[in-house]
Design a protein around this ligand. Structure first.
Ligand code: UFG
Length: 331
């Protein structure tokens, strides 16, 4: 059985579906701090199987022990964590405490029960901003905000565990920019409040919930002046976790893998693709640059292709079509 922390969240929920359809048994732990309990039923509906979920905080070690006592856990996929960059700058202690405590509680419990396969939700944000593009897994590391540093520190903690005990098998999955939603329209990204990220903001402007999109800067050294990112469909990303699980089942040690498409799109290109997919005209204004943003960020994906035997298949049009369907369906 695979323990999935944060399994009701955006990436977690899509991954649960792919895990079930690949034959894995799963158990979700989620505190619903940034997701809804209904998502668990939706996962079950899509996967055609009832899904078990324990409503709890992944930092709660007594609860984790109970779970490991009562279930035969073979591996852990750890999604649970706070992830808003801006909020992390305002509340660093909250971010360090939550993100690092949950990882420590999980790893300690795993060590006690002899469970040593771990997949960690890391981020492209662990790469220093002055690397040459595309970013490969050996690019230099360093962050600009507490959220990023939690990912960086957790990666280091996991590396140290693997040095101390050669039986551990860890995959650090460095996500680029996940967007899109499940084709069923039943699950997708559902951030609390006003979205920080581009795609959920776009879908809310298109549906009239927000007035206009703010494009953060058109004076970057890119062909159209707007920022370029490696957007990846969340279903492709979810499948990357199944590949990583198959990998840690057969190997020991620790490896980092980029999960991106290997190609970048500018904000204006995303707007255009979304307008085509949705048939909606987006109102937008050009604003100044957002603090902390870089001009261009995209992945080199050769390592994931070669070692995980995984690559992203869905394109920007699929991402926009599926994000829009989800926006129309979500309540
Ligand atoms: N953007 C806008 N307007 C918006 C929101 C975003 O123009 O309202 C632009 C940004 O300036 C950037 C691009 O759209 O050029 C993408 O921005 P996102 O906020 O969607 O994504 P980021 O690349 O800034 O950040 C994402 C994740 C982080 C993660 C990082 C890793 O949200 O959690 O990728 O590289 F750390």
């Amino acid at each position: 059985m695979i323990l999935v922390t944060g399994g009701a969240g955006f990436i977690g929920s899509h991954t649960c579906i792919e895990l079930i359809s690949s034959g894995y048994d799963i158990l979700i732990v989620d505190d619903f701090s940034n997701s809804k309990p209904e998502i668990v039923d939706k996962i079950g509906l899509i996967a055609g199987k009832k899904v078990r979920c324990i409503h709890a905080d992944a930092t709660d070690k007594a609860m984790l022990k109970r779970i490991f006592n009562e279930n035969k856990i073979d591996a852990v996929i750890h999604f649970a964590g706070f992830k808003a960059v801006g909020e992390s700058v305002e509340k660093p202690l909250l971010y360090y405490k939550n993100n690092i405590d949950s990882t420590l509680a999980l790893c300690e419990t795993m060590q006690e029960y002899g469970v040593k396969k771990f997949i960690f939700s890391s981020s492209a944000t662990v790469y220093r901003s002055d690397n040459k593009m595309p970013l490969d897994e050996d690019s230099s590391l360093g962050c600009t905000n507490p959220y990023g540093w939690t990912k960086y520190m957790i990666e280091q903690i996991l590396r140290d565990i693997c040095v101390s005990d050669k039986e551990w098998a860890v995959a650090l999955l460095r996500y680029f920019n996940p967007i899109g939603a499940h084709k069923s329209g039943l699950i997708g990204e559902d951030p609390n409040g006003i979205p920080n990220n581009l795609m959920p903001y776009i879908t809310r402007v298109a549906s009239g919930k927000l007035e206009e999109l703010h494009v953060f800067g058109n004076d970057y050294p890119t062909p159209d002046g707007t920022g370029i990112r490696d957007y990846i469909h969340v279903v492709d990303l979810a499948k990357g976790h199944v590949s990583a699980l198959n990998y840690v089942n057969k190997n020991t040690g620790i490896e980092a893998f980029n999960l991106g498409t290997g190609r970048g799109y500018s904000v204006l290109e995303v707007i255009k693709a979304f307008e085509k997919a949705s048939g909606k005209k987006l109102t937008y204004v050009i604003d100044g640059r957002r603090a902390g943003d870089i001009a261009v960020c995209f992945a080199k994906t050769d390592k994931s292709k070669k070692i995980l035997n995984w690559e992203a298949k869905l394109n920007l049009d699929d991402m926009c079509t599926d994000s829009w369907r989800w926006e129309l369906n979500r309540k």
